[in-house]
Design a protein around this ligand. Structure first.
Ligand SMILES: [Zn+2]
Length: 239
């Protein structure tokens, strides 16, 4: 029997504040009917007082603590999808000893040079000894029902994720390609945390087209507090 996706859980791991704005920092768990646990991002590291973009994080329950509430240990995570290595997304990758890290090759190569300060804070989380990687290039169906979608712009090699659920239908995790609902337009303007406005616009148009073509039922934006308040969070889940 082919694998299929069974559950999508949403975790808030921190709140980030740049007055007057407060946004959630989040990650996701996808579970398949054959017992695979796929984590998407891993939250903020514990020791960060201020992110490179100037926001001050207030940590909530960590991803490891939230997984424990669902009965999962770090060893139970088989795959860790790395959307990108910013500090609010890649803060705890090294906590998952059995996870294969799935990242766009282009992003890894972009983040790796030590002179790239943007990803310095998480470096130890994705260059630890024994890290196992699966590099992907472009749009890829990683497992049936989970597609990685290349969305440059926020940073080179950023990826979004489309998940097909048996009851909820297709759900698109835009991550930071589109951080809030009001940016989900063809004229998406870059913010200071985005590397390339033209790429960001192109990626936003690509996701708009995906949402239409795939009849996406829900687009989860990367950091949208008012949307987040309306979503189901763990221990509730989408199925
Ligand atoms: Zn982010």
């Amino acid at each position: 029997m082919a694998t299929s996706i069974q559950k999508l859980s949403l975790f808030q791991v921190a709140t980030m504040t740049i007055p007057p704005l407060t946004v959630p920092a989040v990650c996701y768990l996808v579970q398949t009917d054959d017992g695979k646990n796929i984590l998407i991002d891993s939250g903020i590291p514990e020791n960060i007082k201020r992110t490179p973009s100037g926001s001050v994080p207030t940590l909530g329950k960590s991803v490891v603590e939230q997984l424990a509430l669902l009965g999962l240990r770090p060893e139970d995570i088989h795959v860790l999808v790395c959307t990108h290595f910013d500090v609010d997304h890649a803060g705890n990758h090294a906590a998952f000893p059995n996870a294969e890290l799935v990242v766009q090759k282009k992003h890894y190569e972009h983040a790796l040079p030590s002179q790239n300060p943007r990803f310095a804070l998480t470096r130890a989380q994705w260059t630890y000894p024994g890290a196992r990687y699966r590099f992907v290039e472009g749009d890829v169906e990683f497992v049936p029902g989970l597609e990685l979608i290349a969305t440059d712009g926020h940073c080179l090699g950023h990826q979004s994720v489309l998940i097909r659920l048996p009851e909820s239908g297709p759900i698109l995790l835009a991550i930071d390609a589109v951080a809030s609902a009001n940016s989900f337009t063809p004229e998406h303007q870059a913010s200071p945390v985005d590397e390339d406005e033209e790429q960001l616009k192109a990626s936003t148009r690509k996701l708009l087209a995906v949402a239409q073509r795939e009849q996406v039922q829900l687009v989860v934006f990367g950091h949208d507090l008012s949307q987040w308040q309306e979503l189901k969070k763990a221990p509730e889940y989408y199925r």
